[in-house]
Write a protein that binds this ligand. Structure first.
Ligand SMILES: C[S@@+](CC[C@H](N)C(=O)[O-])C[C@H]1O[C@@H](n2cnc3c(N)ncnc32)[C@H](O)[C@@H]1O
Length: 270
C-alpha cells in the first residue's frame, strides 16, 4: 500500500524554466498510443468532419497535429509557455494547426469557434479554474465537447517508476483534483457530464529508453521533490535496470467528457 498523508498546496510549475527543454523527448508517446487516444476521443465527438478544435495547454504539440489529422481542423494549440510553444511551432507542424500564446483563463479566440476543446494534462496547472471553465464555454459551439484528460486523485496511476519515488504519491494527491470536484466546477459553469472514461494503456517500448527519458525529468511531479529524493530514486532505478529487475506496468488515460452549456440550452429549447 502506498503511504497516505493529506494533500498540501503546491507551487505552480513554470514550463519555461526546465520542462520546455526536455518535454518533447522526455514525454514522447508511441504513435500507437496517440492513435488510441484519437480513436477514444473520436467516440465522444460528433461523427461529421471537419471538426474545429482547441488543444488548450498544447505544450510541445504532442497531440495537436494528430487532432487535426483525425478530426480535420482547424486546430488551435493554445499554450502560455513560450519555450513549449516554440518547440511545437518547430517540431509539431500541420497545415491545419496554428499555435497561439494564451492560457485557459483568457483564450485568444472568438466566441463559438470550436467543436471540441482538449485539455491533456493541463487542467491541474490552471490557477483560476472557474475562469477557465467560463472561457471554454465561450469558445465552444452549441453541442461542443470538452475532453478533460487528467489524472484524478482517486485513481493515480501506479507508474512503472512509482516505487523509486514513493513521495510522488503524496505530490500527485496534492496536484490532481477528484472527479467529483472537477464535475462540480464545470457544472457551476453550466457544463453537463457526458462520460467519465477510464482508459488503460499498455507499457510500450524499451525499458532502458524509458529510464533514459525519465532521467530528463520531464514529469512535473519531480519539480516538487528534492534533489536527494530524485538522486536516491534514480540510483535504485539504475541498479534495478542493470539486474533486469525493473517491472513494466500499464498506465491510465482517464478523462471526463463535458457538453457545453450552449448545447444544454439548445436541447432545452428544442
Ligand atoms: C504536462 S504539460 C501538457 C502539454 C500537452 N497537453 C501534452 O499533453 O503534451 C502542461 C501544459 O499546460 C500548460 N499550462 C500551464 N498553465 C496553463 C494555463 N493556465 N492554461 C493553459 N495551459 C497551461 C503548461 O505551460 C504546459 O505546457
Amino acid at each position: 500500500m502506498e503511504p497516505h498523508t493529506p494533500p498540501q498546496p503546491l507551487a505552480p510549475v513554470d514550463y519555461d524554466q526546465v520542462q520546455h527543454q526536455v518535454y518533447a523527448r522526455g514525454r514522447a508517446l508511441p504513435a500507437t498510443a496517440v492513435q488510441q487516444y484519437m480513436a477514444v476521443f473520436g467516440a465522444h465527438l460528433p461523427a461529421r468532419r471537419p471538426l474545429a478544435g482547441v488543444d488548450l495547454g498544447s505544450g510541445t504539440g504532442r497531440f495537436t497535429p494528430a487532432l487535426a489529422e483525425a478530426f480535420g481542423g482547424p486546430v488551435f494549440g493554445v499554450e502560455p509557455a513560450d519555450g513549449m510553444r516554440r518547440t511545437a511551432e518547430a517540431e509539431a507542424t500541420h497545415p491545419q494547426v496554428t499555435y497561439l500564446a494564451g492560457r485557459a483563463e483568457a483564450i485568444p479566440l472568438a466566441d463559438g469557434v470550436a467543436d471540441f476543446v482538449l485539455m491533456f494534462l493541463s487542467y491541474h496547472h490552471v490557477v483560476d479554474k472557474p475562469a477557465a471553465a467560463r472561457e471554454i464555454a465561450r469558445v465552444l459551439k452549441p453541442g461542443g465537447r470538452l475532453l478533460l484528460r487528467s489524472t484524478f486523485q482517486e485513481r493515480i496511476p501506479d507508474h512503472w517508476w512509482r516505487g523509486y519515488f514513493p513521495r510522488s504519491w503524496d505530490v500527485e494527491r496534492a496536484m490532481f483534483p477528484t472527479v467529483a470536484e472537477t464535475q462540480a466546477l464545470f457544472a457551476a459553469a453550466g457544463f453537463h457530464t457526458q462520460a467519465v472514461v477510464q482508459m488503460e494503456l499498455p507499457f510500450e517500448g524499451d525499458l532502458a529508453d524509458a529510464v533514459a527519458r525519465l532521467k530528463l525529468r520531464a514529469v512535473s511531479t519531480f519539480e516538487h521533490m528534492t534533489e536527494a529524493e530524485l538522486d536516491e530514486g534514480f540510483a535504485r532505478l539504475d541498479a534495478d535496470l542493470a539486474r533486469g529487475a525493473v517491472v513494466e506496468k500499464s498506465t491510465l488515460g482517464d478523462f471526463i467528457v463535458f457538453a457545453s452549456p450552449a448545447a444544454l440550452q439548445e436541447s432545452a429549447i428544442a
